[in-house]
Design a binder for this molecule. Structure first.
Ligand code: NAD
Ligand code: ZN
Length: 366
């Protein structure tokens, strides 16, 4: 089966097609929205080895010309240097505005290729073929693109919506389990934010989501719909979109303190620990019962995700260092700390002006 989630933003809309066998049909789908276009496929070395030939063949069969730009895997490719090289190669391949940049890969490739598309010839068309669970449920929805600066993550970027997203669950078969779990943390996040029934479905069926394509299609569709609804209400993050940061204020601080070293902590793992922190902090402040926090932790630990700061290998930073790292997050306004807290499962809310010493005391006890 196949699901289509329509994302409507600022008068424009695009489809996220979620299903199996979509890589083989990529050419067909793309030819429908951009007949005769030339395509520049941006991908990383890992994904190129596993999935590029299928996409290249499919484009060829649909009568689309394509050129391929391969970058090294990993966060380091979200750099000005790699961005410059991808732009130059796309221009050398004579990619025009009506042509297409295709991102084939995880969030790194999506963010990088998306930013290339946003800026190349002042804005070119863009198709996402996300290949990690995280990119299928998160980075391919909402139009944020960008690269990192020496001053921090995602500091150079643009909002640029894709023309089409193809989320093929078949590619998840080759994804390392650790990466799948990390993406799963973001899936759980959507349940915790505002959909108790979805969380309960995950609790009952997590194993199926890890193993069955049709359950994956459902979980991805619900996740994309939830994100699309929140983003449509608040495209540029003035209000409600902050709910999507559940677990991220803590999580980003932990990522920063592990120097974004993916051997110690990947983003979704930071989010898993961060969501447990948010739930435990909510209980401590009396917004929910301790049982709610225990339930969140039980589910995440049950699928093999880390849930506590002490689960991070070689952890040594103290509470003050974590608080300082939170203040460096671009999403944290000076002075008052804003947290996404929980009144219950599926009842997240934005809590403004949380006192720093409350946070510090909480972290000291963690
Ligand atoms: P990633 O792109 O680095 O992919 C993780 C690893 O999996 C890489 O080594 C990659 O080569 C490999 N891989 C990808 N697909 C594979 C497959 N099908 N089979 C085997 N290996 C595969 O990481 P990610 O977790 O997808 O994305 C993280 C990035 O996404 C971060 O840079 C983050 O800032 C960004 N992000 C952006 C948004 C947004 O809204 N734009 C949202 C969330 C995250
Ligand atoms: Zn995230």
């Amino acid at each position: 089966h196949q699901e289509i989630v329509r994302v409507a933003l600022g008068g424009r809309s695009y489809d996220i097609v979620i299903g199996a066998g979509l890589l083989q049909k990529a050419g067909e789908h793309i030819a429908r929205i951009a007949p005769g276009a030339s395509c520049a496929i941006v991908t990383d070395e890992n994904v190129a080895r596993l999935h590029l030939p299928t996409v290249e063949l499919s484009l060829k069969e649909a009568g689309l010309r394509s050129t391929t730009i391969v970058v090294p895997p990993g966060e380091a490719s979200k750099s000005l240097a790699v961005y410059g090289r991808v732009c130059d190669e796309a221009l050398a391949a004579k990619i025009e505005r009506r042509d297409l940049i295709i991102a084939l890969g995880g969030g790194v490739v999506g963010d990088l290729a998306g930013f290339v598309a946003a800026s190349l010839r002042r804005g070119s068309r863009f198709v996402q073929i996300p290949t990690t669970l995280l990119s299928q449920v998160d980075s391919s929805v909402g139009g944020k693109t960008g690269i990192n600066s020496s001053h921090g993550k995602n500091l150079i970027g643009a909002f640029h919506q894709p023309a089409l997203v193809l989320a093929d669950v078949d590619v998840l078969q080759t994804l390392p389990l650790r990466e799948f779990r990390a993406g799963y943390a973001e899936v759980v996040k959507y349940g915790l934010i505002g959909d108790k029934r979805f969380f309960e479905w995950l609790e009952a069926d997590a194993e199926a989501v890890f193993n069955s394509r049709s359950e994956q299609i459902c979980a991805i569709a619900v996740s994309c719909e939830t994100k699309a609804t929140i983003v449509a209400r608040d495209e540029t993050e003035q209000g409600d979109r902050a709910l999507l940061n559940l677990g991220h204020t803590f999580g980003h601080a932990l990522e920063r303190l592990t120097n974004y070293d993916s051997i110690r902590l990947v983003h979704g793992e930071g989010v898993a620990i961060g969501m447990v922190c948010a739930a435990r902090f909510s209980a401590r402040l009396g917004f929910c019962t301790p049982a709610v926090a225990e339930r969140v932790e039980r589910h995440l630990a049950g699928v093999g995700l880390p849930t506590r700061i002490r689960d991070i290998p070689d952890w040594s930073a103290d509470a003050q260092a974590i608080l300082d790292a939170m203040y460096q997050d671009k999403k944290v306004e000076r002075g008052a700390l804003t947290f996404i807290l929980m009144r219950g499962i599926g009842e997240a809310f934005i809590a403004k002006s949380i006192a720093a010493d409350e946070v510090l005391k909480f972290l000291e006890d963690e």
